[in-house]
Write a protein that binds this ligand. Structure first.
Ligand code: AMP
Ligand code: MG
Length: 400
């Protein structure tokens, strides 16, 4: 038996190289991982500018008390630049975002002044008010985005604000997905007696795509050594990662282990966890290989724990794990000491705290427990039964 943590550490230690970089336009880079640090070549904003629509003045012309009239010498729209220098007693009509004219350091919002013809009457105001200074967002030379960052909308916006049209990101890892088992039938086809429909290839595909990788569907493989051998080798030719479900327990037709021993290198683990004990991890050709358990909940959970961090490391991400947090169990939960257990949980914010309960029956074949849930409840190895009111760890499912 190996612990969940040790299994995770062994798996991540195997992922040596990152996916190759590629240059993408910003419009195609959402969700991708930055391959390089991005320093700024410019100040943002590039000039001091007005934060409001109003009148730019020199602070020397601001009255301490009472009011004063200034001559409006020009109008400046956003994008326009004032060629001259503002003299004493002068004001410039200015729009939000327009560069501050030479000689001015303060802007009156138009709402607090009185304009009559070519003059504007102003009162007391703090020097420097209503201006934005050059470089207040980003300074030239600053490290703006770090390699390994996942590009969210705001990272794309910041890159654009630096004038960048493209970013160097990691290629998406390609993940070949196969189901194994004579009993597994393709949805949409007629199911023979004794068969069940394949659910794993579809939930795993969703997990792969949700993790930012490209899924390659390699179908269902029967429990035949030669066929499985050939199909896995072929899958490894066009993928960075080969993912199977089923065939890793100790039944008569569990062939994944035997095939991988011949075709690649493999570690076959019994992980001290529930559900999802058997797990095969290794390589086939130049691809990483994960043989996940066949039970539908176990295959999703083992993906969450072992495959996604590996895909994220391949993709060059800095953060490899979903952050867990603590919630109050509002019902008792049975637990066997000595293994890490994962319940399907329903997490809600109620009574001023995070509360979690289970979805009901927790069999590892009860896939509908995953649709009712929004998190895994994680109960550590050393714990036994959990009583209502105790604190437990929860790991939210990854949002799409
Ligand atoms: P195995 O590890 O191959 O013995 O499979 C364990 C259990 O998971 C069995 O009940 C299988 O029928 C079931 N199973 C295996 N593969 C799939 C699949 N692709 N979709 C749904 N159930 C599966
Ligand atoms: Mg099987």
């Amino acid at each position: 038996m190996i612990s969940v943590r040790d299994a995770q550490a062994h798996i991540l230690a195997r992922i040596g190289t990152k996916a190759a970089p590629e240059l993408l336009p910003l419009t195609a880079a959402l969700g991708r991982v930055l391959a390089d640090d991005v320093p700024s070549a410019m100040d943002v904003p590039p000039t001091d500018n007005s934060a409001v629509d109003g009148y730019a003045v020199a602070s020397a012309d601001i009255p301490r008390t009472g009011a004063r009239s200034l001559e409006v010498v020009a109008e400046l729209a956003a994008g326009a630049v004032f060629a001259g220098t503002l003299g004493a007693g002068q004001a410039l009509r200015i729009m939000t975002g327009a560069p501050m004219p030479a000689g001015a350091d303060t802007v009156y919002p138009q709402e607090i002044v009185e304009r009559r013809g070519d003059s504007v009457t102003v009162g007391p105001l703090a020097a420097g008010a209503n201006t934005r200074s050059r470089g207040e967002d980003v300074q030239a030379g600053a490290l703006v985005l770090q390699a390994g960052t996942v590009l969210r909308p705001q990272e794309l916006g910041v890159a654009a604000s630096l004038g960048l049209a493209q970013l160097l990101v990691r290629r998406k890892p390609r993940v070949a997905i196969l189901s194994t088992g004579d009993e597994v039938a393709e949805p949409g086809s007629v199911r023979k007696p004794g068969q069940i429909y394949d659910s794993n290839r579809y939930s795993l595909r969703g997990l792969v795509e949700g993790a930012g990788a490209t899924a390659v569907d390699d179908g269902i493989v029967p429990d035949q050594f030669d066929e499985l051998h050939a199909r896995l080798l072929r899958a490894a030719e066009h993928a960075d990662v080969v993912l199977t479900s089923g065939g890793v327990s100790v039944g008569d037709y569990d062939l994944v282990k035997a095939v991988l021993q011949q075709a690649g290198g493999i570690d076959f683990w019994q992980v001290a966890m529930q559900p999802g004990r058997p797990l095969a991890v290794g390589s086939i050709g130049s691809a990483h290989f994960f043989g996940l358990p066949g039970n539908p909940v176990a295959s999703m959970l083992t993906f969450h724990l072992f495959v996604r961090p590996a895909l994220w490391k391949l993709a060059g991400r800095r953060e490899l794990f979903v952050q867990p947090f603590l919630a109050t169990a509002v019902e008792p939960m049975s637990k066997k000491a000595g293994r890490r257990e994962f319940k399907r949980g329903i997490l809600t914010f109620a009574h001023d705290r995070w509360e979690v309960r289970t979805t009901g029956p927790q069999g590892s074949g009860i896939l509908s427990s995953m649709t009712a849930a929004n998190c895994f409840v994680v109960i550590e190895e050393e714990r036994g039964d959990v009583s209502a009111g105790e604190t437990v760890w929860v790991e939210p499912f990854q949002p799409l």
